[in-house]
Design a binder for this molecule. Structure first.
Ligand SMILES: [Zn+2]
Length: 756
């Protein structure tokens, strides 16, 4: 033990040499709270908690977990303090107590930042009776309810007058650093509000009546969507003016946001616009959706940082209880799963924010989870914040595509293709970053290749930016219907990028075939893809000394498939018109029966319907993949699809990928730079339960052979590991550092230093 301690001390000393940037913890107290509060905690107060909240115990828990900021229930549905507003309902158990105020004082006394938590979404019946016109109503005039509670309308005085009064009251009483709101954006897209306030405001803005129903093809419905987004941004700005006036320039109103773009769309939260006006994002994302995995957490961090910038913080609500499917608020999330979720979040640039529901817990296991992880976070915080992500593969997305192309099945049409590519890249240990389609020009220099995962709805500007990227030698992979629709989801005559793809949509294809494709996106058909050229007779086994000559070499994109001429598919394809320069590497084999086995033979073994087209001209390499293998991979997880996607990326990137990790297992890899440092975070997602939540055991893997390309340094100095705490022996060749990691249990953080 003594030796290990000594080693740790040496490392701490050498890691903080004078020529290096100051540790994050040494950053001046001049930094506002939202730049220096790295670890958060939240005990969501239930109605009965005022009778059993042991503040001293929680204070010690804040200390144990190195917590620097807390989120405390203040007002909204329930007031946890004596509010002057008579309709601001207090839980019965509260009596005259000011539980919120006591907690805010305790936290402030301990030097913690305080965010007062609101929930502006609903109210009880007595409130509704007193102000029926403040609540949303459907087309029949019936109030929208959620359980026993009534849903408030974002266009009513509830948002314009009542909530502002509460915000001022809370700030004057306790001077919190800022205000969050669990549920601030009102009725979602599925619930059109026809109240007088909405009717009048929409009429004033557009001269139209509120649409009678959801109809994506109706220009008025599209206006209604945009109007709703704009209203939420108005609320964001208005509440910030109020909190800053009441509490000073750093007293921010920061709502809460989710990581799922479909979710943000359904709640009218324009994530790009919100991030452009936010100093910090409180991310409410506790578990991946169906079919997702731990790796979705780092992906979320990188997506939001892409909008917000890498110099800002994104604490994420990390459930210590069983979250997602199924949810059990009062029993512990298995520690290995909660641990990996948190660690993978760190790897994607998120900060910890442990979360409990209820101030008293009978399952005490959940109190053990955060402490060691948060202590590790504190010890290494300088390497976990204020860093730039380094990746050469950009996955292009836009919320517009989710709204106007994805419409009511955005999960199938938009989310799954993105997830499939991301998952294929994680399997291949290729670092990538989500990139908003409006930021292509801004960030182009970072990337070797852009991937458009069924980015169907694109504006002319976005199309032009992709074109510029390829013109300058960048690689492009586009799948499905990318660029076939404009930003409102109206189908163009042809792919806007048809000249780059070398493929054209056939004009006779109508909107009805479009509807078929949309429907089929959710099905798995018994279809295949044929690889070209076929290697034919080899499939039956070569005869000794009589092996048939191979007509042509296969393209590198098909490497690893030498022993097959077909791969499974599952989707549907339609004919395209091809340019002469296009090389087709996959063709479609239409569906035939699965049952009975006697009938499982190809009715049409060969077609000229293209599944994959590549073009290698003087500019960037382009692959167009009409076959939705990205969506298929997200859904079916078949390794052939993952391999093909990874091959495509490597080819289009011309192998400009700054990392190579060889060895068994599923490892999520992230690279970052800081001045004088390169950082590599590996998270081992190999677990007994990897294919199915929950994870209840960690499985060590290794050895891993790792090679990292240094960012043009001539003065590489050394490599430290911050989990196993050692100096790593390395070799260097042509600007690449090589080393071998013997064993990886949960995660490892490598820091490569330049300098003397
Ligand atoms: Zn309304």
């Amino acid at each position: 033990m003594a030796a290990a301690t000594a080693l740790t001390c040496t490392i701490v000393l050498t890691a903080r040499a004078e020529d290096e940037p100051k540790a994050a913890s040494e950053r001046g107290a001049k930094d506002p709270w939202y730049r220096r509060t790295y670890r958060w905690g939240q005990t969501n107060i239930t109605e009965i908690d005022p009778a059993r909240y042991d503040i001293d115990w929680w204070r010690s828990h804040w200390k144990r977990t190195e917590t620097q900021g807390v989120i405390i229930n203040a007002g909204g549905i329930y007031a946890y303090y004596p509010s002057k507003f008579p309709l601001h309902r207090r839980p019965e158990a509260l009596g005259n107590r000011d539980l919120y105020g006591e907690l805010a004082k305790a936290a402030h006394d301990d030097g913690l930042a305080v965010l007062a938590r609101m929930d502006s979404n609903r109210a009880h019946e007595d409130f509704y009776r007193a102000h029926t016109d403040w609540f949303g109503i459907d087309s029949a005039g019936k109030a929208y309810r959620n359980g026993d509670l009534y849903v408030s309308c974002v266009n009513s005085p509830y948002y314009n007058e009542y909530i502002p009064g509460i915000l001022q009251e809370i700030i004057e009483r306790t001077h919190p650093q800022g205000i969050t709101d669990n549920n601030w954006s009102g009725l979602g897209r599925a619930s059109i509000c026809y109240c007088d306030n909405c009717t009048r405001r929409f009429q004033d803005r557009t001269g139209k009546s509120i649409p009678k129903e959801q109809n994506w093809n109706d220009p008025v419905y599209r206006l209604w969507i945009r109007w709703n987004y704009d209203r939420r941004l108005e609320i964001w700005d208005m509440y910030n003016r109020i909190t800053k006036t009441a509490g000073g320039a750093d007293c921010l109103w920061i709502g809460m946001n989710g990581a799922s773009i479909s979710g943000q769309s359904g709640s009218f939260r324009d994530f790009k616009e919100i991030c452009s006006r936010a100093e910090i994002i409180m991310l409410d994302y506790q578990s991946p959706g169906d079919g997702g995995g731990i790796q979705d957490n780092s992906a979320a961090g990188k997506l939001v940082h892409g909008l917000l910038g890498w110099d800002k913080l994104i604490p994420e609500s990390m459930a210590m209880y069983q979250a997602g499917r199924p949810t059990f608020r009062l029993t512990s999330r298995p520690e290995p799963e909660a641990r990996l979720w948190m660690l993978d979040g760190f790897a994607g640039g998120l900060q910890p924010w442990w979360h409990h529901v209820g101030a008293f817990q009978e399952d005490r296991r959940m109190f053990r989870t955060a402490e060691p992880i948060c202590r590790w976070h504190k010890a290494n915080e300088e390497y976990l914040v204020n860093r730039e992500a380094r990746a050469t593969v950009g996955l292009v997305w836009s919320q517009q595509n989710t709204d106007f192309y994805g419409r009511n099945n955005a999960n199938e049409l938009v989310d799954l293709p993105m997830r499939g590519i991301g998952q294929a890249l994680i399997r291949a240990r290729v670092p990538y970053l989500p990139l908003h389609a409006d930021h292509i020009d801004r960030d182009a220099a970072k990337f070797s290749v852009l991937v458009l995962p069924n980015l169907a709805a694109m504006s002319d500007d976005q199309v032009a930016a992709v074109r510029r990227f390829v013109k300058l030698g960048g690689g492009l992979i586009a799948t499905g219907q990318s660029s076939l629709f404009d930003q409102w989801g109206d189908r163009r005559d042809d792919f806007a990028l048809a000249d780059l793809f070398g493929a054209h949509s056939v004009k006779s294809q109508s909107n009805s075939s479009d509807a078929t494709l949309r429907r089929r996106a959710g099905e798995t058909l018994h279809t295949y893809l044929r690889l070209t050229p076929e290697l034919g007779a080899r499939a039956y086994g070569p005869k000794a000394g009589n092996e048939p000559a191979i007509a042509a070499e296969r393209h590198p994109v098909l490497s690893g498939f030498d022993e097959t001429d077909i791969i499974p598919f599952g989707g549907e394809l339609e004919p395209l018109k091809l340019d002469d320069k296009a090389t087709v590497l996959l063709t479609f084999i239409p569906a035939f029966p699965v049952f009975p086995p006697e009938s499982a033979w190809m009715r049409q073994p060969r077609t000229n319907i293209s599944g994959l087209i590549v073009i290698d001209s003087g500019e960037g390499r382009v692959a167009f993949v009409p076959a939705d293998i990205d969506r298929r991979f997200a859904r079916d997880n078949l390794p052939d699809h993952g391999r093909l996607l990874a091959n495509l990326v490597r080819w289009a990137a011309k192998d400009k990928i700054p990392l190579s990790v060889e060895g068994p297992g599923l490892v999520d890899c992230h690279l970052y730079t800081q001045p004088g440092r390169l950082i590599l975070h590996l998270v081992n997602l190999t677990a007994a339960g990897t294919q199915r939540a929950a994870i209840d055991e960690l499985i060590p893997i290794g050895p891993l052979k790792i090679k990292v390309q240094l960012p043009g340094w001539s003065n590489y100095r050394k490599t430290l590991t911050l989990v196993s705490k050692q100096e790593m022996p390395t070799t260097m060749e042509d600007g690449w550092i090589s080393f071998e990691l013997q064993s990886l249990l949960d995660h490892e953080l490598f820091v490569f230093f330049s300098g003397k």
